[in-house]
Design a binder for this molecule. Structure first.
Ligand code: AMP
Length: 199
């Protein structure tokens, strides 16, 4: 499945919880890019300029990276994508990569949060890095505005794209983490106490 929603909607948090309930890996393109930036790989160097500006990394770089990740053994039984696709071209490439693997998307869940709340959340957000709470470079106010603009222009159309395919469920993502998770699981038709390995 795919988790769709603007920066600051809580995709990363919900992706971890929902993927855990479904027993599939959560695959975040933002996390993969950040790991490559800190590891100073070639991919990281290619991605960094775009990320720092709040722009999308070009489709050809991103799509190739996701294709490799989805071919790994842990994704055979399903996966949850967080932050991908972000353009219609990526969505189309995803569909063809999955069909090559004999797979298809089951669901797309959109987390809906109004812009005022997103700006409030992103500017207050901190991450724990090496024991210290730090602000992500791209959570600075001017970059946040750019990321929200890019979302509206390039990613928001995916909502209609997946609605047209009959795959989309939308939920209100304002509220406590647990409340949003409960709404997500209801929308996906997954029981809240369902855990992989639980009797
Ligand atoms: P995120 O952690 O999902 O907010 O992603 C952080 C940054 O990584 C984004 O602002 C983009 O620069 C880049 N990124 C993540 N996912 C994608 C994607 N699917 N396509 C292009 N760029 C992406």
């Amino acid at each position: 499945m795919v988790l769709l929603g603007p920066p600051g909607a809580g995709k990363g948090t919900q992706a971890q919880i929902i993927a855990g309930k479904l027993g599939v890996p959560a695959i975040s393109t933002g996390d993969i890019f950040r790991a490559n930036v800190s590891g100073q790989t070639e991919l990281g160097q290619q991605a960094k300029t775009y990320m720092d500006a709040g722009d999308l990394v070009p489709d050809e770089i991103t799509v190739a990276m996701v294709k490799d990740r989805l071919a790994e053994p842990d994704a055979k039984g399903g996966f949850l994508l967080d932050g991908f696709p972000r353009t219609i071209a990526q969505a189309e490439q995803l569909r063809s990569s999955l069909s090559e693997l004999g797979q298809a998307l089951d669901r797309v869940l959109e987390l809906v949060v109004d812009e005022e709340e997103l700006v409030r959340r992103l500017s207050g957000r901190r991450m724990l890095v090496d024991g210290q709470m730090v602000q992500r470079d791209d959570d600075k106010p001017e970059t946040v505005r750019r990321r929200l603009h890019v979302y509206q222009e390039q990613t928001a159309p995916l909502s209609g794209f997946y609605e047209g395919e009959g795959l989309l469920a939308r939920i209100d993502a304002i509220g406590e983490v647990e409340e949003v998770t409960a709404r997500a699981l209801r929308a996906l038709g997954v029981a809240d106490d369902e855990r992989p390995g639980a009797d």
